[in-house]
Write a protein that binds this ligand. Structure first.
Ligand code: SF4
Length: 306
């Protein structure tokens, strides 16, 4: 191998940085343990590190000692779950990403009389569970799902579509186009729901795919945006693999690779990427490292008072 090209932007987004900062401040102010409803962000390294610092993940607020600190992860929660927590004697801190909250607010606005709301997302993802709990919505995961919708079942005047924040931009565009074809009157939110970080990382990896023989995406299996990066690279013609560490890459993958691309999901600390690079430098001598920066991100979210 001769060259490694690092995609930029990659790695942590403003929502993940905010959630981590909130937990850090909470640990400093209140001390351990701090309870969180779900993995704060979808990254094993981060979750294990937080566990060592005294963070406990629990979806059963009723079983947490009274007076404890309870935090909502960046993925957000449904109003029903929020109400459950409010009924417990807990000090609640909300680390929901503001861009997820924006989708919840759109759902509330669209939930008018005689409305029918489609939600494009992945079943079982915590963000999807949270957002779909805001009001009655109908999950669509693919263009094939749209084809199966029976027009006779939908008489509503007001038809809307919302999406999960971390989807494939291309796939979602196809699904929305299929929905628009079936329901020309369908209304979309004023600003796209797929967040800036997901969009930028996918744009960067698509450009990277033009230059590389193989792309390694650092991220955990349960991270939606990391999986979408692999798909975006593959759609652009590159071979790509999701890994947590170098040992996850079968050695045969490096055969005939001259240029290797590296990116990382929005929940992945940069230290993991740097660790991977130094291991690759040990494995292959004289590798040239380059950056492919398609834009600079300047998004920062304000912290809540905790
Ligand atoms: Fe927020 Fe996007 Fe980051 Fe999710 S990926 S936490 S929506 S900025």
């Amino acid at each position: 191998m001769k060259q490694i090209i690092l995609a930029a932007p990659r790695g942590p987004c403003a929502g993940v940085n905010r959630a981590l900062e909130i937990v850090e401040q909470a640990l400093q102010k209140y001390g351990a343990p701090i309870y969180v409803n779900h993995e704060l962000v979808h990254n094993r390294y981060v979750v294990e590190d937080l566990t060592r610092q005294g963070v406990i993940f629990s979806r059963e607020p009723e079983s947490i000692p009274a007076g404890s600190i309870y935090l909502f992860s960046a993925h957000g929660v449904s109003p029903t779950f929020r109400a459950r927590v409010k009924n417990c004697d807990l000090h609640l801190i909300d680390a929901t990403c503001p861009l997820v909250t924006k989708v919840h607010d759109e759902a509330k606005k669209f939930a008018v009389h005689d409305s029918y709301i489609f939600f494009i997302g992945h079943r079982g993802h915590p963000e999807v569970e949270g957002t779909m709990g805001v009001t009655k919505m109908h999950l669509v995961e693919s263009v094939a799902d749209v084809a199966k919708i029976d027009l006779k079942d939908i008489s509503a005047e007001n038809i809307f579509v919302l999406t999960q924040t971390t989807l494939s931009v291309d796939e979602t565009t196809d699904i929305i186009a299929a929905l628009k074809h079936k329901f020309p009157q369908i209304k979309t939110p004023p600003a796209k729901d797929i967040c800036y970080a997901t969009t930028n990382r996918q744009k960067a990896i698509k450009e990277l795919a033009q230059l590389c023989d193989l792309i390694l995406v650092v991220g955990s299996r349960n991270s939606s945006n990391s999986n979408r990066l692999v798909e975006a690279a593959e759609r652009s013609g590159a071979k790509a693999i999701l890994i947590e560490k170098l040992a996850d890459v079968p050695e045969s993958y490096f055969t005939n690779v001259k240029t290797l691309g590296v990116s990382s999901g929005a929940s992945v600390p940069e230290v993991l990427v740097q660790q991977l690079i130094s291991e690759l430098q040990k494995m292959f001598s004289d590798i040239e490292i380059q950056n492919l920066e398609i834009l600079k991100e300047k998004v920062i979210f304000a912290l809540p008072t905790i």
